[in-house]
Design a protein around this ligand. Structure first.
Ligand SMILES: [Zn+2]
Length: 89
C-alpha cells in the first residue's frame, strides 16, 4: 500500500468520537480483502478499496490530475494474479 508522508505539523487535534470511528474502521477491515483502485488514464495508485465497498465516487489522480468518477461495481476485480478461477466453462 502506498501512503504519502504524514505531515503531523498540519494536523489538528481529533475529536474523541472521530478518533473512535477511525479506530473502529481500522479494526473492521481486518476481515476484509483489499484491492487497489488505479487511475484508468495513467495507472497511478488512487486508493485502497475493501471488499464491502460499493456505490460511486470521484477521485483525483495524484499523478496526472485527472478526476474520474467510478462506479465501484465496475471496478470490482483485483488486478492480482488469481490462482483459482471459478468461471463456468
Ligand atoms: Zn492518473
Amino acid at each position: 500500500m502506498q501512503q504519502a508522508s504524514i505531515r503531523t505539523y498540519r494536523q489538528k487535534p481529533m475529536a474523541t468520537e472521530i478518533k473512535e470511528k477511525v479506530d473502529r474502521s481500522g479494526a473492521e477491515i481486518l476481515n476484509l480483502t483489499e484491492r487497489e483502485l488505479r487511475c484508468p488514464y495513467c495507472g497511478h495508485f488512487i486508493m485502497t478499496l475493501y471488499s464491502d465497498v460499493s456505490g460511486h465516487l470521484s477521485a483525483k489522480c495524484g499523478h496526472c490530475k485527472q478526476i474520474t468518477t467510478y462506479n465501484l461495481g465496475y471496478f470490482r476485480r483485483a488486478r492480482r494474479p488469481r490462482h483459482h478461477r471459478l468461471d463456468p466453462a
